[in-house]
Design a protein. Structure first.
Length: 74
């Protein structure tokens, strides 16, 4: 394994452990998924998201939601 492959594997393991996101397994068929790119440049990310909004009519990513917390008040 190259250093980049090792780094990518550690990144995938952290995502799975911390957030419960398994990026190495296809949610539809259960097959193996290979990460082919990691985009970190904010300008490039914005261009991609802007393109998706134009193409799809809205962003493909759902907005995040905070967990509801129950508070017992006296």
């Amino acid at each position: 394994m190259t250093p980049d492959q090792v780094r990518g594997r550690l990144w995938a393991q952290r995502l799975k452990r911390v957030f419960g996101i398994d990026i190495e397994t296809c949610p539809a068929c259960g097959g193996a998924v290979k990460v082919i790119a990691c985009i970190e440049d904010p300008v490039v990310i914005k261009r991609i998201l802007d393109h998706l909004k134009q193409t799809l009519g809205r962003c493909a990513v759902s907005p995040g939601r905070a967990h509801r917390i129950s508070v017992n008040r006296p």
